[in-house]
Design a protein around this ligand. Structure first.
Ligand code: FMN
Length: 169
């Protein structure tokens, strides 16, 4: 897939085939995250990869919208130390968003489905991911071979182009 096909085909996938992701493919997705840009190149993240069935099952309990973690082949937890300021929080969330999309696009280019999940129960996340007390799990990137293959989405559920785009000349 070229870059434009990847952009057209990525969608949030929540149903997966029960087969693993090849190690090389998983490493490529993680490398895409590692290469993501960040504010002043501070690279605030640690990516914790979960592949074990029991751990994925437990991790699916961190938020009511995390049930797709259970059937995923792998889930990447985006972990960082809270910066301790509103400005730092803003930078962190922007940067984690960029890393998320880099990994999702890398996955889509391999035909691998990805989905987001928020994280509410930090104690559970900390226990499953074996985090230190100073670490927080901000989001999950949920991965697996999609039950329905990725194809260009013809009619995405998005606001109209002319409503979203404003031009100034
Ligand atoms: C910050 C953020 C948090 C999200 N949290 C969840 C979540 O907890 N569970 C979930 O199933 N999807 C979650 N999503 C996925 C969105 O619901 C999804 O991107 C949106 O519905 C568009 O889906 P589409 O790209 O397949 O059209 C999240 C997306 C973002 C950007």
């Amino acid at each position: 897939m070229d870059a434009w096909d990847v952009i057209l085909s990525r969608r949030d996938v929540r149903e997966f085939e029960p087969r693993p992701i090849a190690d090389d493919d998983l490493d490529r997705i993680l490398e895409a995250g590692r290469r993501s840009p960040s504010s002043q190149n501070w690279q605030p993240w640690t990516f914790v990869v979960v592949t074990g069935k029991a751990a994925l099952g437990r991790l699916s309990g961190v938020w009511k919208g995390a049930s797709h973690v259970r059937s995923s082949a792998a889930t990447i937890a985006l972990v960082a130390e809270p910066p301790g300021s509103a400005a730092g929080d803003e930078r962190l969330h922007y940067d984690l968003g960029q890393a998320t999309m880099s990994m999702m696009f890398a996955a889509a280019a391999l035909g691998i489905g990805s989905g987001h999940s928020a994280v509410e129960d930090q104690d559970l996340a900390r226990s499953v991911l074996r985090l230190g007390p100073e670490q927080r799990c901000y989001y999950l990137v949920v991965l697996g071979h999609p039950a329905q293959p990725l194809r260009p989405v013809r009619h995405p559920d998005r606001r109209p182009f002319d409503e979203v785009v404003r031009r100034v000349s």
